[in-house]
Design a protein around this ligand. Sequence first.
Ligand code: GDP
Ligand code: IMO
Ligand code: MG
Length: 445
Amino acid sequence: MPNVVVLGTQWGDEGKGKVVDLLSPAFDVVARYQGGHNAGHTVFVRGRKIVLHLIPSGVLHPRKLCVIGNGVVFSPRAFWEEAEALRELGIAVKPSNVVISANAHLILPYHLLLDRASEERLGEKKIGTTCRGIGPAYEDKAGRRGIRVADLLDPDGLREKIEDNLREKNPELERCGLPPLDSRAVFEEFARYGERLRPHIADASRLLHDRMRRGQSVLFESAQGVLLDLDHGTYPFVTSSNPTAGGAATGLGIAPRWISAVLGVTKVYTTRVGSGPFPTEIKDARAAILLERGKEYGATTGRPRRCGWFDAVAVSYACRLNGIDRLAFTKPDVLDGLDEIPVCVGYAYKGTSVRDFPVETRVLERVAPRYKIFPGWKSPLAGVTDYARFPQRFKDYLRALEDLVEARACIVSTGVERRQTALRDAKLRRVADPQKIRSGLRSRG
Ligand code: GDP
Ligand code: IMO
Ligand code: MG
């Protein structure tokens, strides 16, 4: 079985959680390689909504090993909250099914406070972060003063690192008008986390390598979307890590040659949470239709998502960056009944046509999208699971998107539930038949 990266090709919230959940039965291991609890991956199991933030979506499946890689910024507080919520649903989070890389960097209380303070300071120019401390934690990692998961297991070293960091952070907090943190209280809280986390902590790189050598297969799960990538996204309106496929190698400590394929998850329209350029953003009343029908509210912060039409320039860019030739399209049912569906097929900039996604944000902010209008379909797509039963107009729309981005649809999701999915490939139907998923809530102790 190949090892596959599943990533979002837009600005996030494409439906990665649903796709990872659907494919998990076909893999032995599900590994998260970047981001943190800024992510919100929604999975519906038998009508019940579960939102995963830090723990890979594979956790809902019995006998799957979930790995949180070194590329993730790890909040022990968020981890235990999520583990507790899962436990209440009957899903165990145990050392045997959730492993945390010893090299993952920790999110400490001052990261959250500084994230919020930085957003307030930026005012109108704010990034619109999730205020989960993600940026400040990655800043400390790059600044070589970060504290890692392994440090939790060495109390003397941990105390010293927290004291050293707070010597720098407390004056920063005070400059922001915030009270300083007590290093002893922070140390005691994190030393306790260390004791609880000890059996979960491992050399994740070694573990993955050994499993793949033995023939086990790994699904690499991204958080965010590639247009939020620190290097290749719409900087500075990005997150602070690399959701692009290359991030799976550095974020898990595996050789790139182990990655056999990259599957992109793409909404048939576009959304974005937070600030930053968004060429196809809808400025008229139709935005409200997508917002309400698509329930486009942030899974982590509850903020309404900005809504726009499908942007083929942006998704082509995502496909090129990540070597994607297979896509999972989601949420076409949200467009059911629209008379016309615009698709952005190119941009114009200062009177000339632009075919490549501009790398300069100030250019992207000024492009004018060029649209092709597709006729809407009249029979509802919601819940259709057989590709042959899609209305012709939707098939034409999908074919146009495939041609524009030069990648083929292998999965079409038509609703929130696992079974509301059309699998186009016979091979996929064999390995990921939603009707045969046995896992669920309270299915194990
Ligand atoms: P992720 O962050 O990429 O995992 O995506 P989110 O969970 O943040 O947002 C996707 C939302 O769309 C979730 O509420 C899903 O339940 C929902 N969703 C996924 N696929 C479909 C679909 O095909 N149709 C509809 N209507 N909703 C979907
Ligand atoms: P999933 O995994 C959508 C956005 C924030 C903000 C920017 C930086 O559910 O797709 P951060 O807190 O990461 O420093 O915020 O990135 N953002 C997301 N937008 N879905 C996400 O995750 C996001 N994670 C971060 O809104 O614009
Ligand atoms: Mg999300």
